[in-house]
Design a protein around this ligand. Structure first.
Ligand code: LMR
Length: 402
């Protein structure tokens, strides 16, 4: 049976930022949730949705008070799960940092991460949520909802507005936070403001994240932001940075499936070449439907070159017109897909698209940029570029125009 430990002396506590790294350490096989808004320049404040006097459970004093960070309310509870059959085989806790954590994309994503559907049912996680001064209240609300969801794999939640503290020891950094584009804007219009955010976050990752952190840049324009981020993080391999083009791949698969009258899962080998922008090239030459080249199933070259391509390129804008804001749920699903593609082996013969650093690519694409290309993974978080793709004049010319 689980032992519940509670430190009744905890109260609303102020911590100095030097104490905060301690908050993110969690003993193996203990479930421990801490919500700690972190701020580099001000004193950090521990908060949660439950006041200490509202905790009614029988409490057991922690034998070694130093073994637990200061906290109060429900986050002071530690469940000793060592005896539990299920948790004994769990993997070591991983730290996942998410920026823009109070936004709509994150609101979909965080609950998927915490449920285990992304990293697996035996992978406990700590969520480190980065917001802004303006969003800190909302971020507390997010943390409260995570708390209310009773996710067994979610051991720890910390929230803050300083990337140097939130990114501490991060093994995954999902960088969503950015100004979104509105109706009538192009993603490139966001470069000035979002470029600065990603430069700062790159520096923070470089200083405090795990040396092998995997970074997925979602905020637009994501290819350029990913490049800015990696250039500001010289101590982290450039190969570890990704710009999210999986959403475009998913959109392309959907359109091909619709046209061919097949279900999505029959569509494979779809590459998005280039940027997550209207210049991207959804590759129907190498794509397959039910194992056959798309062109053998969809015998309508004009549709493929014009309607299909444009629909995928402009899908984000079309959604903004409908919603009055940019896509959120499907973006979060594509982040999940992008991570899962890196942590599970790619099915034989297939691949996935990701915006990655172009150095050493076998396709003749300019070096030193972030460009979406076909990748395969062994499931170890890393990837390699796929070599056996074919090019025709049309594809080559379109890629050259990106
Ligand atoms: C999308 O493609 O839906 C997002 O990048 C949002 C946008 O600006 O289009």
């Amino acid at each position: 049976m689980a032992v519940t430990q509670f430190n009744p002396t905890c109260s609303k506590t102020h911590l100095h930022s030097s104490q905060l790294p301690f908050l993110s350490r969690t003993l193996p096989r203990h479930r421990h949730c801490t919500i700690a808004p972190l701020h580099r320049t001000q004193q950090a404040r521990i908060c949660c949705s439950v006041a200490p006097n509202e905790v009614q459970v029988p409490a057991v004093k922690t034998s070694d008070p130093k073994s637990k960070p200061e906290c109060y309310g429900v986050f002071c509870l530690t469940y000793d799960l060592r005896a539990e059959e299920e948790t004994r085989s769990w993997k070591k806790l991983i730290n996942i940092a998410v920026s823009g954590a109070a936004g709509m994309i994150a609101n979909h994503l965080l609950f998927k991460l915490a449920s285990g559907e992304v990293f697996g049912p035996d992978q406990p996680i700590a969520l480190k949520l980065l917001g802004s001064e303006r969003s800190i209240q909302a971020l507390e609300g997010v943390a409260m909802e995570l708390e209310d969801s009773l996710f067994p794999l979610l051991r720890e939640v910390s929230i803050g507005i300083d990337p140097y503290e939130v990114f501490q020891d991060a093994e995954w950094a999902l960088l969503i936070g950015a100004k979104p584009r509105g109706p009538g804007m192009e993603r490139a219009d966001l470069l000035d403001i979002n470029g600065q955010i990603y430069a700062a976050q790159g520096r923070a990752l470089n200083a405090v994240a795990s040396r092998n952190v995997k970074v997925i840049v979602v905020g637009n324009p994501c290819n350029t932001n990913a490049l800015i981020c990696l250039k500001n993080a010289p101590n982290i391999p450039a190969k570890n940075f990704h710009a999210l083009t999986r959403l475009d791949e998913n959109r392309a698969k959907c359109q091909l499936a619709l046209k061919a009258g097949v279900f999505y899962d029959k569509v494979s080998n779809v590459t998005i070449w280039g940027n997550h922008s209207t210049t991207q090239v959804p590759d129907f030459l190498n794509a397959r439907i039910d194992g056959l080249p798309v062109k053998e199933v969809v015998k309508d070259q004009k549709w493929l070159e014009e309607e299909f391509t444009e629909k995928v390129q402009k899908r984000g804008g079309a959604l903004i017109q409908k919603w009055g804001r940019s896509s959120a749920a499907s973006t979060s699903v594509s982040i999940v897909d992008a991570i899962r593609s890196l942590v599970t082996p790619t099915p034989e013969g297939d691949w996935f698209s990701s915006g990655v650093y172009s150095d050493g690519n076998p396709y003749g694409i300019a070096e030193g940029i972030v460009f979406s290309m076909p990748c395969r993974s062994k499931g170890d978080g890393d990837y390699e570029l796929v070599k056996d793709v074919i090019f025709d004049d049309y594809l080559q010319q379109r890629i050259a125009k990106v």
